[in-house]
Design a protein around this ligand. Structure first.
Ligand SMILES: [Fe+2]
Length: 254
């Protein structure tokens, strides 16, 4: 039954993503972070799906504004980490499982971007919805938490299986790669990677999903100790957290 599960990518607003996890056999769907309801509702209608749940990663409006219209169209449970998020029916906490007929999502608390931020990880189906915590070749801005919290949250994600397919909250991939080129001038594979991703975006209109194992080597926000960044680390008198802070600040101003 597992091979019947797939993830539909729904571009939203300027550069947001919502996602719909679908089991065609059961006609079931789980929606992640809806901002614009109409393309999601259209997809649900066209494919004759029942919405099993809506999962929310954090309270920012660009991840929640579609909830109301979707539950008006079809009533469903709304799992979120914050009771201030309108229409929340189930408040989720770190380590909890999301009850489902076709997925095995576990909630992982990842404060930093916001204090309430969680990600949803299905180890069995190799899926991570990372919201605005981990981006491809980057990470979220720290709005509510502190550097240490964000660093710990990324460490937590780093502990997940290399075989995970990651779906994040924004299409920032090329901008993140350009930032890396400007900082890590000796990071050789970067040109080739960028060409590959531009190709992917041309074909699929998206650089999602991405492989977590690769990300652990190529994304300095996740692994400053990987081979590409080691030398850069050596020249700075920082520990891992200090380095993360230095890099995050540079990215804020890029
Ligand atoms: Fe956000």
């Amino acid at each position: 039954m597992q091979d019947l599960l797939n993830v539909k990518i729904i571009p939203q607003l300027k550069d947001n993503y919502s996602y719909i996890v679908v089991n065609k056999n059961l006609h079931s769907a789980i929606i992640i972070d809806p901002s614009e309801a109409s393309p999601i509702i259209n997809f649900i209608k066209e494919n004759n799906l029942n919405i099993e749940a809506i999962l929310i990663t954090h309270h920012h409006n660009d991840h929640t504004s579609g909830i109301n219209d979707i539950i008006t169209f079809q009533k469903t449970e709304v799992f979120s980490p914050n009771s201030n998020i309108n229409n929340t029916t189930r408040l989720v906490k770190d380590g909890e499982k999301v009850p489902s007929n076709f997925t095995n999502f576990k909630v992982l608390s990842t404060p930093g971007h916001t204090l309430d931020h969680v990600v949803y990880y299905d180890k069995q189906n190799k899926i991570l919805f990372s919201g605005d915590t981990l981006f491809r070749f980057g990470c979220g801005r720290i709005f509510e938490g502190n550097y240490k919290q964000m660093h710990n949250s990324l460490e937590k994600i780093k502990g997940l299986s290399n075989y995970t397919n990651v779906y994040c909250g924004h299409e920032y991939t090329i901008h993140n790669l350009n930032f890396l080129s400007s900082i890590f001038k000796d990071f050789e594979p970067l040109g080739k990677i960028k060409d590959k991703i531009l190709d992917q975006i041309k074909k699929f209109d998206s650089s999602m999903p991405f492989n977590l194992g690769e990300e652990k080597v190529l994304n300095p926000f996740l692994s400053l100790e990987s081979i590409y960044f080691k030398d850069f680390m050596k020249n700075k008198d920082f520990d891992s957290l200090g380095m993360f802070q230095y890099l995050r600040d540079l990215r804020n101003n890029y």
